[in-house]
Ligand binder design. Structure first.
Ligand code: HMG
Ligand code: MG
Length: 288
């Protein structure tokens, strides 16, 4: 059965802007996030505390957080790859942190320079520190429907990593089709396998629209009762370590599709479109 309401997690300011060839000025990031809030988005990923050598586009995340208005109805989230990132996130006042693992060994190596097992060991102290600080922890699994280096990724591999993240204390595990390799049947099979190991209420769908199938894939998985969707305004995004990952599914398209299906999202489509025009204008790009 389809859910009656879906919570959208806006990842554009992080997953979108991390992949832009130019570094977007802090003031533009802040205005984008303010516009997203005005559109009704409350769960917003605003940056990451990672190596500035690896991802220079996110180096100003502390400055972004410092300039954002309060977000009483939701939380500003950031990615952290290790304890050092967590400490920086806490210091900067992040409302939520996310660790990011992969279902494929080669992608884990390319993205965070360690094996899957090593990454999980690295996340354990982050989970402990987050719990101690009362900061909610989210988890990502990348390459759940295919890997740019290894090709096929099995649902069992995804379910295994997702379960470990949930056991570690992630309140929600976001399943990333990092390169948009999924199809409705493979997406559904993967999410169904994960739903056998962790409750579906704790699963989020994070699909990239590389081949234009993200909406169809989301539709196939919503049927399983999953009700959290990650999306990026204007379809920004990708991942610098996943060639062929040009964009997250557009928040505008997700909101329109949910509306068509009679599912509430709480987002104002007009104001969301304005936020999309603002950022595509700032990037000098034609909006979707
Ligand atoms: P490393 O080289 O293995 O580790 O990198 P290191 O400990 O030697 O650190 C390298 C440098 O980073 C050192 O500085 C450290 O001090 C520094 P240098 O000697 O070069 O001056 N460093 C840090 N700096 C700031 N914050 C930190 C931090 N930790 C170390 N927390 C590391 C390992 C994980 C740091 C590196 O690989 C990295 O930063 N990777 C980030 C990759 C990334 O951000 N990828 C994009 C996000 S994932 C994604 O987009 C997928 C997702 O959207 C879901 C999906 O679509 O599937 C989530
Ligand atoms: Mg992504």
């Amino acid at each position: 059965p389809l859910p009656s309401r879906v919570r959208i997690v806006e990842v554009g300011p992080r997953d979108g802007l991390q992949n832009e060839p130019v570094t977007v000025p802090t003031a533009v990031k802040v205005e984008l996030i303010e516009r997203l809030l005005a559109a009704g988005l409350t769960a917003i990923e605003v940056g990451s505390f990672v190596s500035a050598r690896w991802v220079p586009q996110m180096a100003d995340t502390a400055a972004v957080l410092a300039r954002l208005p309060p977000n009483p109805a939701g939380r500003y989230a950031v990615l952290v790859p290790n304890l050092r990132g967590f400490e920086a996130a806490k210091e900067a006042g992040a409302g939520e942190v996310a660790v990011f693992a992969s279902a494929s060994e080669a992608f884990s190596r390319a993205n965070i320079n360690c094996s899957i097992a090593e990454s999980l060991e690295r996340f354990r102290p982050v989970a402990q520190a987050a719990r101690a600080a009362g900061i909610p922890l989210r988890g990502y699994v990348s390459c759940v429907l295919g890997c740019p280096y290894e090709g096929t990724v099995t649902p069992e591999a995804v379910a295994d990593v997702a379960r470990r993240l949930a056991e570690m204390g992630c309140y929600e595990v976001s399943l990333g089709d990092t390169i948009g390799a999924g199809m409705p049947d493979t997406a559904r099979a993967c999410i169904a396998a994960v739903a056998e190991t962790i409750p579906r209420e704790r699963i989020a769908l994070h699909f990239h629209d590389t081949r234009g199938l993200a909406l169809a894939n989301l539709r196939a998985c919503l049927d399983l009762g999953v009700s959290v969707i990650d999306a990026a305004v204007a379809g920004l995004g990708g991942c610098p370590y996943a060639k062929g990952a040009p964009g997250n599914v557009a928040t505008e398209a997700v909101v329109a599709e949910l509306d068509r299906l009679g599912i509430a999202s709480g987002i104002d489509p007009g104001r969301l479109a304005e936020a999309g025009r603002f950022i595509t204008g700032a990037l000098g790009r034609v909006p979707e």
